[in-house]
Design a protein. Structure first.
Length: 135
């Protein structure tokens, strides 16, 4: 019974997160090139928190997709993400554009227990995420 309660609670949180997001996964265009780096990061982070693998894949570049190919195929990965980020929030703490047109966006993730971590997302000229680095 506890497992079922946890499942229902997690599913409800994921639905609420998607429903309250300014950009739901259903609204993600096949090409994110017309979105700002900040918008892509917002879409990516909301997809990550919701365990939405398809949205995550739309936001990342080919090399990152290849590196995580097996992870994305794992049926438990979506649930892992939802559990990991349950009750978490994020905010962009810094952004800058390099001369070559790539962008760096630093994000602070705060978990339910108030622990936090920072990640750096590097985006190409078309605003696909090339790399994610834990700071």
């Amino acid at each position: 019974i506890n497992i079922m309660k946890n499942f229902v609670r997690t599913a409800l949180c994921a639905v609420l997160l998607i429903a309250t997001s300014s950009l739901t996964p259903l609204m993600v265009a096949p090409s994110l090139a017309n979105n700002s780096a900040e918008a892509v990061v917002d879409i990516y982070m909301n997809g990550l928190f919701a365990g939405d693998i398809e949205t995550i894949k739309q936001c990342i570049g080919k090399d990152l997709k290849k590196r995580h190919k097996n992870t994305f195929k794992d049926p438990a990965y979506s649930r892992f993400l939802m559990n990991r980020y349950d009750g978490a929030t994020f905010r962009i703490i810094q952004k800058k554009e390099r001369e070559n047109g790539t962008k760096i966006v630093d994000v602070r993730i705060t978990f339910r227990d108030n622990n936090s971590m920072a990640i750096r997302l590097i985006l190409d000229q078309g605003n696909k995420i090339l790399n994610e680095i834990i700071l």
